[in-house]
Design a binder for this molecule. Structure first.
Ligand code: CA
Length: 226
């Protein structure tokens, strides 16, 4: 699970990162609203922890912009204020849950699990495109035309899941690298190419007409051969 923390209090952001890393979350931090929004719009996160009082753009503005762009990542809002007004406002703007500072670590983790689970339940565990299906619980692809199926490796799964969630769009190599290895990784674009190639072979192996098409200079998109 990859979590984005948008919080301008460095010490709090650092503590949150340490706590989440211990629970095996991958964490990126953004310390102002504008940069946070920019990172959130990559769509690579499984959850966002969003502070309300932020420089550049406040948390409500960030949240509104994220939802306007159709990004459905679960958002857990944080605020120093405990006023009901803020809470109602956050939920109105599309936050999934709300926490008041200071909070207990245990409570934060429980709420984070709850918002990500809730989202997972709403989403179907089958993602599809053409005759290709990905079962996100099993990590397995299958072809509705041939009935064949196959397990994917962890990176292949993350890649294909990301592409199926952005079907009919072009996914850039940069997005793939960020999703699979994280923003701070030294992974090169050719690593993305390697996993695209592995995944392509498996899709072909099960007899699907779907392929991961390279769009020159831009990235990749899913395409179904007729
Ligand atoms: Ca703040």
């Amino acid at each position: 699970m990859r979590v984005l923390i948008i919080e301008d209090e460095y010490s709090l952001a650092d503590v949150l990162r340490a706590i989440l890393k211990k629970e095996n979350y991958t964490v990126d931090i953004s310390t102002d609203g504008q940069d946070g929004l920019y990172q959130a719009l990559t769509g690579i996160y499984d959850a966002i922890i969003l502070d309300v009082m932020l420089p550049e753009m406040n948390g409500f503005e960030v949240l509104e912009a994220i939802r306007k762009e159709g990004i459905k990542t679960p958002v857990l809002m944080l605020t120093a204020k405990s006023e009901l007004d803020d809470k109602v406002k956050g939920l109105d703007y599309g936050a999934d849950d709300y926490m008041t500072k200071p909070f207990q670590t245990k409570e934060l983790l429980a709420r984070l699990r709850a918002v990500t689970r809730r989202k997972g339940e709403i989403e179907n565990n089958i993602l599809d495109f053409g005759d290709l299906q990905l079962n996100t619980n099993l990590g397995e692809i299958s072809c509705t035309a041939t009935g064949k199926s196959m397990k994917l490796g962890a990176k292949e799964f993350q890649l294909l899941e990301f592409m199926l969630k952005h079907k009919n769009q072009i996914v850039t190599k940069e997005q793939i690298v960020e999703k699979l290895w994280g923003l701070e990784s030294d992974s090169e674009y050719n690593n993305a190419e390697v996993y695209v190639s592995f995944t392509r072979k498996k899709i072909k192996f099960i007899g699907s007409k779907v392929t991961i098409k390279a769009v020159r200079g831009l990235g990749y998109t899913l395409e179904e051969n007729k």
